[in-house]
Design a protein around this ligand. Structure first.
Ligand code: 5GP
Ligand code: ZN
Length: 140
């Protein structure tokens, strides 16, 4: 539990949340300012700011919940599709520094965009640069 963390306060029941799934390690609840009906957040119960801070087993639990909830959320709001995303870090738009996966129901013609629209201009990378990046990730 982290002082002043909204999501820790929801876990502790200090502020209300529309909870749709609870497990020993995770909680899922409706986003208070939804991008679409059914917009759901999946969080670890323990406070971890970034994905890299999560223990391996809890990271797996979060994806298990996302996997399980997508179809339930789609059915609940009669959605056609879903965008799943995590803003991991301030530069990526993370506002609440407690890991959360967004499940955003999508509808034909909803005017939204695919996940390709979230970054800035596409970089023009040479083969050498791509080789370096590949090696840096693969060898880390
Ligand atoms: P971020 O930008 O950090 O990825 O997204 C934070 C999300 O948390 C936003 O979609 C926002 O609407 C949601 N949110 C912020 N405060 C609360 C709250 O008190 N309760 C709930 N249920 N959602 C919240
Ligand atoms: Zn927290």
């Amino acid at each position: 539990m982290s002082e002043d963390c909204i999501f820790c306060a929801i876990v502790d029941g200090d502020i209300p949340g529309r909870i749709v799934r609870e497990t020993e390690t995770t909680l899922a609840f409706l986003d208070a300012n939804p991008l679409a009906p059914g917009h759901t957040l999946v969080i670890p119960k323990d406070h971890h700011a970034r994905l890299d801070d999560l223990p391996d087993d809890v990271a797996a639990d979060i994806f298990r919940d996302v996997h399980e909830l997508v179809s339930r959320v789609e059915d609940a709001v009669d959605a056609d599709a879903t965008t799943v995303g995590i803003n991991d870090g301030e530069a990526a738009g993370q506002e609440v520094p407690h890991v959360h996966a967004h499940i955003v129901p999508r509808f034909d013609g909803d005017g939204g965009h695919p996940i390709h629209a979230v970054a800035g201009d596409r970089p023009d990378l040479s083969d050498e640069e791509l080789d370096e990046i590949e090696a840096a990730i693969a060898e880390s």
